[in-house]
Design a protein around this ligand. Structure first.
Ligand SMILES: Cc1cc2nc3c(=O)[nH]c(=O)nc-3n(C[C@H](O)[C@H](O)[C@H](O)COP(=O)(O)OP(=O)(O)OC[C@H]3O[C@@H](n4cnc5c(N)ncnc54)[C@H](O)[C@@H]3O)c2cc1C
Length: 493
């Protein structure tokens, strides 16, 4: 049977692509190597705890008041999810800067606190807000394929600037830049390289669209998307690992067991580098060159802890914790080359969701990132001892940094390394973010050059695609890329 579209991978980008195509009555097959949909957005059980692997802040969904583009698409597909508001409540610490603060309350409270800390930051920060709006509106126009040069002067002015340069140009004091810039760690590129447009869009979503958490587990979210896709007529084959893609003559994919499927178009919910290197039969030298010029972002170690005490007794009062070696992201990135834990992220889902774990227990998820391939020095003889030693150090460092006792309350522990992530999703080096969104390779450049750089009959969705990582971007890429393909089909017909 020939399909209109075959999608390789049922991650969020692949499911989103499938939803839009099936919604438009296309014959679609998703091939997924795992037994469950969702890729990174999954859940696993250890003892009485159910741990969500990745999705804790959902951006661009919004709430009833601030509807995000993801919520709009959910309404269109008749999909409903329950969400919970996330308080702006972040504890940030930096070792070198001797900085320790809880930023809490509404954005206005943050602004007031930053003014107390760094006099003069208030008015400049307020003047940044309309620039964020302008960038967002320009992006909306650009995504519709229209020109933005005339109506959006700030967008054009800052298009090729990195986030640091642009914020300095906007007169934001240096210290304020570095405190607010903590978000770089969620985007995966340091401020002095990260495109201002990508940073501004992320900040816009945080401030104006309000991040939310899922009321149910990550896997329920992914299963819901998969179910709706199937209700719309799409098919998913699980345990179907694609080992080859061929585009000559009739585009087709071949599974490990030798089964072959044909389609008019193939969409990959995988890293472009992985596909070009491992799956694509024919070679496309220009695509290879372009892909090799990109910088793959960081990988990391994640420690999932089930603690047998309520979070109040553990004094874990914040939803998110960050400890940096240095608030300056460029300096910090250098310190992340080695197996040290000077960048720690902690998240306590129970602060937002009373059902995150059984009564009187707490889940704490700790993460540290690496900006080099230091994990390549680990082999099968020292893998287990290395990951256990690093997890122990990470827990101790978190305890010391935030003056809490965790160790003696650990009931369950699971450690995910870059190898775990690479094996589960096939991400390059276990990278959690896809390629960095740098000046020469930001989402605007990717958006503008998309059609010129495309390999015929092959498209990419997900974290490695145009808009970068994060569930919001992965989901939007699935919609955007399939809209382009549907438009092309309409023109050809
Ligand atoms: C610890 C952690 C915390 C995170 N927290 C957040 C957060 O709070 N908010 C947020 O928005 N984002 C978060 N993210 C990022 C987010 O989870 C990812 O950016 C997003 O889920 C990526 O989706 P994707 O569409 O690129 O697909 P992926 O999740 O990469 O899925 C790809 C799919 O393709 C399948 N596949 C791969 N190779 C093959 C093959 N050969 N054949 C068939 N199938 C194949 C895989 O099995 C997988 O299902 C976090 C990530 C991590 C690791």
């Amino acid at each position: 049977m020939k399909y209109d579209y075959i999608i390789v991978g049922a991650g969020i980008g692949g499911l989103s692509a499938g939803l839009n195509l099936a919604f438009n009555d296309k014959k679609v097959l998703i091939l997924e190597k795992n037994s469950l949909p969702g890729g990174f957005v999954t859940t696993f059980k250890r003892g009485r705890f159910e741990f969500d692997a990745s999705l804790y802040d959902l951006l661009d969904y919004g709430n009833e008041e601030h509807i995000g583009s993801m919520q709009r698409l959910f309404k269109k597909y008749n999909l409903e999810i329950e969400t919970l508001p996330i308080p702006y409540n972040v504890k940030i610490k930096s070792i070198d800067d001797k900085f320790e603060e809880v930023l809490k309350g509404e954005i206005d409270d943050w602004v007031l606190r930053l003014e107390e800390l760094y006099s003069g930051s208030m008015s400049t920060f307020r003047s940044l807000l309309p620039v964020l709006k302008e960038v967002h509106e320009a992006l909306v126009v650009l995504k519709k394929g229209r020109n933005v040069e005339k109506d959006f002067p700030n967008f054009t002015k800052y298009l090729d600037k990195n986030a640091y340069e642009a914020l300095v140009d906007l007169n934001i004091p240096d210290a304020t830049i570095h405190v607010l810039g903590y978000l770089w760690i969620e985007i995966g590129s340091p401020l002095n390289k990260l495109s201002f447009i990508d940073f501004a869009e992320c900040l816009y979503k945080y401030i104006f669209k309000r991040p939310v958490a899922l009321k149910n587990k990550n896997i329920d979210f992914s299963l819901k998307l998969a179910k709706r896709f199937e209700e719309l007529g799409g098919k998913i084959h699980y345990r179907a690992k694609v080992k080859e893609i061929s585009l000559e003559n009739n585009p087709k994919v071949t599974l490990e067991d030798g089964t072959t499927y044909e389609a008019k178009e193939i969409i990959c919910n995988l890293s472009e580098r992985y596909v070009l290197k491992n799956l694509l039969k024919e070679s496309y030298p220009l695509a290879n060159q372009k892909e090799n010029a990109r910088t793959i972002s960081m990988n990391g170690l994640v420690v999932y802890l089930g603690l047998n005490k309520p979070y109040q007794d553990l004094k874990l009062y914040n939803y998110r914790y960050y400890e940096f070696q240095n608030l300056n992201s460029a300096v910090n990135l250098k310190s992340m080359k080695k197996f040290s834990h000077h960048t720690i992220e902690g998240i306590v889902p129970n602060i937002v969701n009373e059902y995150a774990s059984p009564k009187n227990t707490t889940i704490l998820v700790l993460k540290t990132l690496y900006s080099s391939n230091c994990w390549n020095t680990v082999n099968k003889t020292n893998y287990y001892e290395t990951k256990e030693a690093l997890a122990n150090e990470l827990i101790e460092e978190f305890e010391n940094a935030f003056h809490v006792d965790i160790k003696e309350y650990i009931e369950e522990i699971e450690i995910a390394t870059p190898f775990t992530m690479a094996r589960y999703t096939n991400s390059v080096n276990g990278c959690m973010f896809g390629p960095m969104r740098l000046g020469y390779d930001n989402s605007i450049h990717r958006l503008i050059s998309y059609e010129d750089e495309q390999i015929p009959h092959l498209s990419f969705v997900g974290a490695s695609s145009i808009f970068g990582s994060g569930v919001d971007n992965a989901f939007y890429s699935g919609y955007y890329i399939t809209e382009k393909l549907l438009e092309k089909e309409r023109k050809e017909n």
